[in-house]
Structures are given as C-alpha cells and as structure tokens.
Write a protein that binds this ligand. Structure first.
Ligand code: NAP
Ligand code: SF4
Length: 649
C-alpha cells in the first residue's frame, strides 16, 4: 500500500483511528504498508498540525499503530517526508528562497549547517521508526517535496556543496540515504522514492533520474519506489483522465538502472494492470494507494480469485485528494468507511429485516448491498430499465469510463448478497404494504431543474439527460446554461474527441509528455486538438466558471475546455430562447447568440413523488441521496448517507 496523506490525525482519537485504518488494510493482506509522510522536523510538515516524528515521547503512539498492523500479519514502513517549500506553515524552508505557486508561504533558504543538521534528522527519525516497531522507512524524494527541490536546478540555486552541478544537487538525497542506512543497519528496509519523471520544465532528464537511482542503490537503498510529477506540474498524474499504468515507461527507466527491487505506482487500479506491469518486467512490486481506500481487501480478493468483487477506485479524487486539499479528512466515494473505520459497526444485524429500496442509483444500490451484507432481505425497485441512475450519465463523459467499473461492481455485489432487483417499475404503495416490509428506503434520485426562462420549451432546448442519457442529436454551436460539475461534463462531452484516458500516446500528446530520456522534466509542447463544436458556457453568478469544481481535477477540466476554445461567460441573466438562439444580458448589455441548441445544466431538485405517496398513506420510510437533498449532491454524499443508514437499520 502506497503512502497517502489522510489527515486522520486531525480527528479526535487520532492514534486509535490511524491504527484501525492501517490494521484494516493489513487484514486485507497488503504485504507492506507505507504510512503517510512524517516530517523529520516540525517545519517540514504538510500543514499546521501535520505529522512529524523527532522525539521519543511520540513512540508510544507509533507502537500502537505498528503492533496493530503486525498483529494483523503485515509490515508497516514509515514514510519520511519533508515538504520543504510545499509546507503550508510560515516557518517553511527550502534549498533557496523561491516560492512554489501552490503555496502562499515563502520559504527561507536553509544554511549549509542546517542542511547537514537535517540529514541527521532524517537518520534520527529512521532510528525512532525502528524503535517504534516499523519494518523500515521510505525516504520521500519525489512529487516536488524538499528532496526534489534540492535535486532540481529550478528550485536549487545554492552555491555551497548542496547546489550548483547535478553532483552537488543530488548530494542531499545521497547523504540522507547514507546516514539513514548507517543508523538503522541492515535488518531494516530503506525505500527511496524517486521522481521517475518530474513533469516540470527544467526538471530532471531520464538519464539523470537513472543516475540518481544508481547512486541511492550504491549508498544502501533496499527498494526504489517511484513517484510521478511534482505537485505544481501542469500535467495530470493520477486523475481519471490519466490512462491506467500511464507512467510505466518512466518506471522501466529506473528499473533498468538498478539491481534492487523497483516499485511501480500511479493509476494501477485492477489486478490485471498490476499483473501486466510485473509480467512485463517494468517493475518488481506494485504500490496501490487509493485502490486500498476503495477496497482494503483488494489483495485478499486477488488471492481468493474473486477479482470481480473488488470495489474499484475510479480515480475521481472526490473523497480522497479533494478532501485533503480542502482541509478535510480523506475517505472514498466508493467506500465511506475508509478513514472512518472506528465509526462503522461491522458484522451482521441483530435481527434480519425485510427491506424495500425504491431507486437503483448510487444511493439505492450502496444501501441495498450493505444492508443485504448485514443479513437483511432486500428488494430493490428501479423505475427505468437499467440500474445506475446518474452513473449512467457520468460514464459517457470522456475520462470517466472508470464509472463503468463501479456499476459493474454494484451489480456483482447485488447478486452476491441476493438482493431481489425489479427493473422498469416503481412499486405501488399497496404493493409495499402487502409485502410486509419492515423498512422502506426511498432513493428515487433527482429531476433536472427546468429554469424559468421564456422559451425554455423551444425545440432547440435540451437537458443534460437528453444529451448524455438519451443521445439526442446536438448542433454545431451550443450554449450550456449552468456551469456546475454537470455543465463542465457536458461541455467536455460536446467539444469532441477529447477522450485521452484510454490511450497513453493520446494522453502524452494532449499534455506534452515525452519519455525521451534527454528531455528535462519529460515535458514538451502539447499537441493542440481541434474541437468539433463551438461551445459557450454561461452562469448567473459573477465569479469565474468552475470555481467549485474538485480541487485536484477542476484545473484539468478547465485547461481542456480552454484548449477547445470554449467561451465562458459569468454574470449573465437569461432573457429568452427563440428561433434566433439565446438572448441574454451581461452588465446591462443585451446579446443574442445564434446557437443550434441550448442545453440546460441548471442543477437538480429532489424526486420525491414516491415519498409523498408514502407520506400520504401514513407509512414510515427513510429518504437518502438526491431524493433527500439535491443541492450540492454528489455520489460521495449519496453513498456515504446510504452506507451509514444501512449499518444501523
Ligand atoms: P450545480 O453544481 O449545483 O450547478 C448548477 C448550475 O446551474 C450552477 O452553475 C448554477 O449557476 C446554475 N443554476 C442553478 N439554478 C439555476 C436557475 N434557476 N436558472 C439558471 N441557472 C441555474 O449542479 P450540477 O452541475 O447539476 O451538479 C450536481 C452535482 O454533481 C454537484 O454537486 C457536483 O458536485 C456533482 N458533479 C461533480 C462533477 C465534478 O466534480 N467533475 C461532475 C458532475 C457532477 P448560477 O446559479 O450561477 O447560474
Ligand atoms: Fe479512488 Fe475516488 Fe475513492 Fe479516491 S474517492 S480512492 S479516487 S474512488
């Protein structure tokens, strides 16, 4: 299991929660678990209150974690990560006093004596980790953190022995590995995580990466793990738009340079992809991070030969990275228990009940599966001919094909736990009464909001469901009203062949990635692609469009749509829609846009008609998902709410 920041440490009872989080992955048979990063000194933490390990008093808490993992039959390795100029604290330090564009704090340059002191701190943290019962340490040398900042000439402008030439710049990681190894001896794993490809202008060339790998091997690293890209890179590295195993060529470059085991990471989310990587000889080990949030039993299920029961990581980042980037705790869209292990009771329900679920979207399916797993007899009714609800729209959007896996998984699990599924009908109230259900759960989803605009019923007006769900023809020039997640998805769908998540070479061209070993950072100019439609997006708010998209993915969408010449207009009031197109006003000036179609992506309202019928019949029921709350609804909150109800019902 690869290292992840979870921010679990910011919750109450942090050590108990961390121990439960890691132990759960150990029970799922992860062979080796890498923790989230611990700084070797307080100024290197990720943010205020972040993790560091520099004194003996902290050992008690760590022993709780290591013994929980060891008891569950696995090994745990502590990652040592100094964030350098990425540390969101006003005391942050770096090789040179150069700010990162992703951090408001400006770093102070370390003195030469401080650099030598820091090397000792890495060794001290490793020694403490050994005493705490960890099986090793991983020295984080990738993703743009302090070690990357030393290695790159862009961020290292030093004139002392830790700067200047390539030799000087790599001295910092080489001395760290040397010092750590000397301190911990041979019976303790030292992993070095190298930046296999920096993905920033002026970053390391492939040749330099290979040389650094050889040097850390020479001074004692036992395993090399690979990281991809710096956090400030403008190339996506783990989002759903990145093809699976996209970075294998860069990882193979490291593998070919050394004789110690090399670990592959990033966008490895199925056993098949992992197997291919190992079989191809590009790496010796695979590190899964987010997939073990989605399903802690991933390795165990592979061993048992039940791969189809693995809850897939769909690389959405919505409940993990986006939570971290907005100061919250990581969890998982697919598995709300992740990071919250101590909050969810496990095991069977005391009494097996008969439960009816009305609605087969994400909330209804997630509820039905968890309730049935707990021993309830569940019957699920879906009004349309297909399970999936809004998943059926999402999976048509370029870069969102992983949603197919989620739908497949839901279907497998409904079957496994013997949920009776009725497609193509909503039950009548009488039928539910006659069925003697102990509990009724309404998960009937949403209806798209139809705004009050003159001419909204004109034939050229379509809803996002017409476009993504019903495949209705769309003209060459369109206006999209509403710029939430769905407006952006529809825009991406309509600009044409911008699907890049399925082919690595297409992705590389679109984002300007090269695996040519002499190109600094592995980046070149992207190849511009031509949109197949002229798309205009509108919203009434005066703020920039896409402000509330996911932190880790919104910039990707905005970059792609900019490249596709999509014109975005905020601060609009809609006047009318007629044969002439869309009439609107901005800052008191009237405009008309002669579009072929106007597409409504103007939010949603709860679909509560069935709940109202139940209310009128004086029946008890629960409402979950969009039917309960449509504003700000997404699959994360729908599945979370459904699962939390299913474990107490
Ligand atoms: P949304 O985010 O609430 O956006 C609705 C849009 O419609 C807003 O731009 C809003 O802007 C506009 N609008 C609202 N009421 C209107 C009215 N009466 N007349 C005209 N315009 C109106 O909803 P959504 O785009 O439908 O997405 C639903 C949920 O799915 C979101 O919570 C989102 O998290 C999730 N989702 C996320 C993603 C993603 O992150 N990539 C993708 C798909 C869906 P103005 O009011 O300013 O005009
Ligand atoms: Fe994967 Fe999305 Fe879950 Fe994160 S939230 S682990 S990206 S499925």
């Amino acid at each position: 299991m690869g290292a992840m920041h979870t921010r679990i440490e910011t919750l109450d009872r942090p050590t108990e929660r961390l121990a439960a989080f890691y132990a759960r992955r150990a029970q799922g048979e992860a062979g080796m678990i890498l923790t989230g990063g611990y700084s070797p000194s307080p100024e290197g933490v990720m943010d205020e209150g972040g993790l560091y390990l520099d004194n003996e008093e902290q050992l008690v808490e760590h022993k709780w974690i290591t013994s929980a993992v060891n008891k569950a039959g696995s090994r745990i390795v502590l990652q040592i990560l100094h964030a350098g100029r990425y540390a969101k604290v006003d005391t942050c330090v770096a090789p040179s006093a150069l700010s990162a564009r992703i951090n408001v704090f400006r770093p102070r340059a370390l003195t030469t004596a401080e650099v030598w002191g820091l090397i000792k701190s890495y060794a001290r943290t490793a020694e403490l980790a050994k005493r705490a019962g960890y099986s090793g340490v991983e020295i984080m040398g990738s993703e743009g953190y302090l070690i990357s900042q030393f290695v790159s000439g862009i961020t290292n402008r030093r004139g002392d022995e830790f700067g200047g030439s390539y030799e000087g710049r790599i001295r910092f990681p080489v001395e760290i590995v040397k010092a750590v190894k000397k301190c911990v001896g041979d019976d303790f794993i030292v992993v070095y995580r190298i930046s296999a490809i920096d993905l920033i202008d002026g970053g390391m060339t492939g040749v330099q990466v290979a040389e650094l790998a050889r040097r850390v091997e020479t001074v004692g690293a036992d395993i090399i793990n690979t990281g991809i890209g710096w956090h400030e890179s403008s190339v996506p590295t783990i989002a759903a738009s990145v093809p699976r195993a996209a970075w294998i060529a860069a990882i193979r470059n490291v593998k070919e340079a050394v004789s110690i085991p090399v670990m592959a990471s990033n966008r490895i989310n199925t056993p098949g992809v992992a197997e291919e990587i190992i079989a191809s000889g590009a790496a010796d080990l695979v590190s899964l991070a987010r997939p073990l949030l989605a399903d802690p039993d991933f390795p165990k299920k592979v061993r048992m030969g039940i791969d189809n029961e693995i809850a897939p990581c769909i690389a959405c980042n919505q409940a993990c990275l986006d939570m971290i980037f907005t100061g919250r705790t990581a969890s998982c869209l697919v598995n709300p228990r992740a990071g919250h292990e101590v909050e969810f009771p496990s095991g069977k329900a005391a009494v097996s009940k008969r439960v009816a679920v009305v609605g087969g979207g994400p909330a209804g399916m997630a509820f039905a599966i968890t309730a049935a797993e707990r021993g309830h007899k569940v019957t699920l009714y879906e009004a349309t001919a297909h399970l999936g609800g809004q998943i059926n729209l999402a999976r048509r959007v370029p870069g969102k094909s992983e949603f197919n896996e989620l739908l497949l998984y839901f279907k497998v699990m409904l079957d496994k736990f013997k949920v009776t599924v009725h497609l193509g009908r909503t039950p009548t109230v009488q039928e539910l009464k006659a069925g003697n259900f102990d509990e009724t759960v309404v998960a009937s989803g949403i209806v798209p909001r139809k705004p009050h605009i003159s001419g909204v019923d004109h034939p050229k007006v379509l809803s996002y469901v017409d476009v993504l769900g019903r495949n209705m023809p769309v003209g060459q020039m369109v206006a999209i009203l509403g710029a939430g997640g769905i407006g952006f998805d529809v825009a991406e769908f309509l600009v044409g062949d911008f699907e890049e998540s399925l082919q690595t070479d297409v992705f590389y061209k679109a984002w300007g990635v090269t695996i040519d070993l002499d190109t600094p950072g592995g980046v070149v100019a992207p190849v511009k692609r031509q949109p197949t439609r002229a798309v205009h997006m509108f919203q009434r708010k005066r703020e920039p469009l896409g402000k509330n998209l996911g932190k880790s993915t919104g910039w990707i969408l905005k970059t792609k749509l900019k490249e596709a010449n999509v014109i975005m207009t905020p601060g609009v009031s809609y006047d009318r829609i007629d044969d002439g197109g869309l009439h609107y006003t901005v800052d008191g000036n009237s405009h008309v846009l002669g579009v072929d179609n106007v597409i409504l992506c103007t939010g949603q309202k709860p679909q509560r008609s069935f709940a109202t019928e139940l209310l009128e019949a004086d029946m008890q029921y629960h409402v979950i998902g969009g039917a309960d709350h449509a504003e700000e609804l997404d699959a994360v909150s729908a599945i979370d709410q459904a699962t939390r109800l299913a474990v107490i019902i």
